[in-house]
Design a protein around this ligand. Sequence first.
Ligand code: BES
Ligand code: ZN
Length: 486
Amino acid sequence: MKYFYTLALCLLISIQVTAQNQDGFYATMSLHHAKALAKDVPNEIEILSTFRNEAAVWMTQTGSHKLHDRILTHGPGYIYRNSQEEAVTAIQNPQNRLADNTRAALDFSITEDATVIPTLDLIQTQNIEDHILELENYGTRYHNRASATQAAVDLKTKWEEMAASYGRTDVSVRLFNHSNTQMPSVILTIAGAEIPDEYVIVGGHLDSTSNQGNDNAPGADDDASGIATITEATRALFEVGFVPKRTIEVMAYAAEEIGLVGSNEIASQYAANNVNVVAVSQFDMTLFNGSSNDVSFISDFTSGELTSYMMSLLDHYNASGEHQVTYSTSVCNYGCSDHASWTGQGYMAAFPFEANFGQHNGNIHSTGDMFSLTNTASHATKFAKLCAEFLIEVAKNNEVLAVNDVLASSIYVTIQDGILSYDFTASQKEVTSIQLYSIKGQEVYTTTTVSERDQVTLPTLSTGVHIATFNTENNTTPIVKKLIVN
Ligand code: BES
Ligand code: ZN
């Protein structure tokens, strides 16, 4: 018995020595593919553990190339894992780990017509086209190239400027640095006004790849289109003045093409910190219109419930007319994009895709994945609409802020450097009192001695959105104005 343990220990050490020598890594993949590869090239892969149809493996770079060449029609066919432990736990089917939490939080209702309908008119195909070309112009966004990191840094700036141009002090943008790639991911956060600890996430991947050499990888469809789609949906939300109850995060993942590396690190961190992510939608490839239906919902490695909710959104908002979007379902056969990182951690994720699998853009992962192939982003626009609907309906509009500004343009109100300035001279209304509320509904300032025009020094306020109400002489509906305190 003792001899057996010594032998086992030696074996273990020798495996680890080989692992280091041969430049291998841990991954998870379908058991079927793992077994086929082990039969083919027994020295390049080791099956460490299995659970149902999944295998946790250690494999060499040579093994991963063989897998790509011999077994799959697309992609590497595995998901990269940081350690043996991570690989082994990942296959233990944690699909329902957070399901109870999530189910309580998400009621799948569709109630926000008043916000969604005007938003659909604001989505501009031109903005999506411009953004795709901007990303294509990096030449390559392959994760280990300097231009990929530059693309992330520039996207952070672009998103910051976009939020600032709409006066959004409730928005922040950060880089998420990774252990397994030098390229950072980019995350834009719109702070939830009422339930900030519940998250709604949309994402796409910023990196690109080309099997003709990664120095020329325009990645227009895969996946500049997804990044441009979620960016335009977010811009439209800002333009309509949407303030979510739940926190929204818009993510541009790094290093998806080498095995979901960026999203996997993010989703693992969120799960480790018990972040309550209510729903996730992936946007990877929205440019190429290859099937008779517009959107193909990928039905494997996704949540069936969330997918059918997104279908209901299309039934409700896009059944006919100028915003019409049709849909069907398709399968990828394995975790083919970043949604799989989230479902792998037990979160609900959906993946609306450009076409039925097999009818999608055949130029991806090549130098030919260029915008000029379609020369229009009209297909992507449909996904941007779905993205905006998803964000508004899942994050829901904040009740307090749902009141429209019923302020005539003749009335001037601002808060700057702690001073509330107003001027009602042009409005011919007599204001009798002013109240100022924080985003949480707390009254932070009130006054009843009001002149037509004044500048009032306010107490120290928290930054972000505030609501000012101006009550007029004959007790008609107060004039309401959203104001941002910087
Ligand atoms: N955009 C693709 C995913 C994709 C390609 C979905 C074709 C449907 C049809 C993504 O960037 C990708 O290339 N994924 C890899 C797998 C991933 C684990 C690296 C793939 O499917 O080839
Ligand atoms: Zn790809």
